[in-house]
Design a protein around this ligand. Structure first.
Ligand SMILES: Cc1ncc(COP(=O)(O)O)c(C=O)c1O
Length: 384
């Protein structure tokens, strides 16, 4: 069905940070499948994991124990706040799982069911995740949505504090950085204060790290920057290395509310996705990719700031690790810049019509960043 407006190219191959179209033209891929191919394309560890797994067994369902699912859960638990993991297939499905887990916990803890989310947030397209999404444009025409969701401005503490005066609230769901909304980065004290209020009110904090988790910000999980821990976290996108995978992580005392039969997913935690996921996590942690994301992110930010000094069309540059945004002053030029960059061999994404979102693979090099900045410079020159 006609659900996507697509770029006029057909991609057939890729290696590292680069993809190739059907005519053999190469592009620097700084969209990474929308924050999915964090290791770049055709990473040997991911290719090997998928090949090996496909040869032995692809799927058996969650009626049986499977080794890679346990291994991936162990890696995630060892490297996060969580004790337990539920696996699914996508970001929306992970958030559905998190909402259901919070509701199950809330039902048992005072009959609470309301969930507070942020304006401008994006949590997915299924009805539950869409109900948690604070953007009217995605909800238009799909009502009635699921009830029990309240919205507060992102990055502001007092409205959140007031929303939690409602005794029926069981959880708060937030992105550590709002990705779809245009790389909106809250002040450093925002999440610590949110954590403090949630703890005071005995309300669960759900962090949606679907876009910013798994190394993108220079730490394995974005919450690590702020010295806090959530009660529930959702992951997807990069988790399966391009094979669909999602996850809900929680501490034991919360996770125990999901019991056999209360939630599930036929393909969730499938052998292929889990084996690929192990390769992704082992490579991020073992190949110094967190340090590279941090270092290259700082380099990129500094380079983009020189562009902002040069072109009045740029309103602001922002970024944390390898999620970066160029906010334009006007909505009129965004599409033109993206088109020019594509012609010059760099793939970039536009959100909210005026924010160029840049999501390079975590393996990116200085030379590749220089290439992208050069092409952006030429594109701004052409458009101005
Ligand atoms: C923060 C966040 N949550 C959830 C989702 C939904 O993920 P999916 O498209 O895998 O359902 C996205 C997708 O862009 C996202 O950025």
């Amino acid at each position: 069905m006609n659900t996507y407006s697509r770029h006029p190219i057909v991609l057939v191959g890729g290696e590292g940070c680069w993809v190739r179209d059907i005519d053999g033209k190469k592009y620097l891929d700084f969209i990474t499948g929308i924050a999915v191919t964090n290791l770049g394309h055709s990473h040997p560890a991911v290719v090997k994991a998928i090949e090996d797994q496909a040869r032995s067994l692809i799927h058996v369902s969650n009626l049986f124990h499977i080794v890679p699912q346990v291994e991936l859960a162990e890696i995630l638990v060892k490297n996060s706040f969580a004790d337990k993991v539920f696996f699914c297939n996508s970001g929306a499905e992970a958030n559905e799982g998190a909402i259901k887990l919070a509701r199950k916990w809330g039902t048992a803890n005072g009959g609470r069911y309301k969930i507070v989310s942020a304006l401008g947030s994006f949590h997915g397209r299924t009805l539950g995740a869409l109900s948690a999404t604070g953007q009217k444009k995605y909800q238009k025409g799909f009502k009635p949505l699921a009830g029990g969701f309240k919205f507060v401005p992102y990055g502001k503490i007092e409205p959140l504090r007031s929303a939690l005066d409602d005794e029926k609230v069981c959880a708060v769901i937030l992105e550590p950085i709002q990705g779809e909304n245009g790389v909106v980065i809250p002040s450093d004290d925002y999440l610590p204060k949110v954590r403090e209020i949630c703890t005071q009110k005995n309300v669960l904090l759900i962090l949606d790290e679907i876009q910013v988790g798994l190394g993108r910000t220079g730490r394995l999980f974005a919450y690590e920057h702020y010295g806090i821990e959530p009660d529930i976290m959702t992951l997807a996108k990069a988790l399966g290395g391009g094979i669909p995978a999602g996850a809900v992580l929680a501490r034991d005392e919360v996770a125990l509310y999901l019991t056999p039969g209360s939630h599930g997913s036929t393909l969730g935690g499938n052998l292929l996705a889990m084996h690929s996921g192990c390769a992704v996590l082992e490579t991020i942690l073992g190949d110094g990719l967190l340090d590279n994301a941090d270092l290259m992110g700082k380099y990129f930010l500094q380079k983009l700031r020189t562009l902002a000094d040069k072109y009045k069309l740029i309103r602001e540059i922002r970024g944390k690790g390898l999620i970066l945004g160029i906010e334009l002053r006007s909505k009129d030029i965004g599409k033109g810049i993206i088109k020019k960059c594509l012609e010059k061999g760099v793939l970039l994404n536009l959100t909210e019509e005026k924010i160029i979102r840049i999501l390079p693979p975590l393996i990116v090099t200085r030379e590749e960043i220089d290439f992208a900045v050069e092409k952006l410079d030429e594109s701004f020159q052409a458009v101005s």
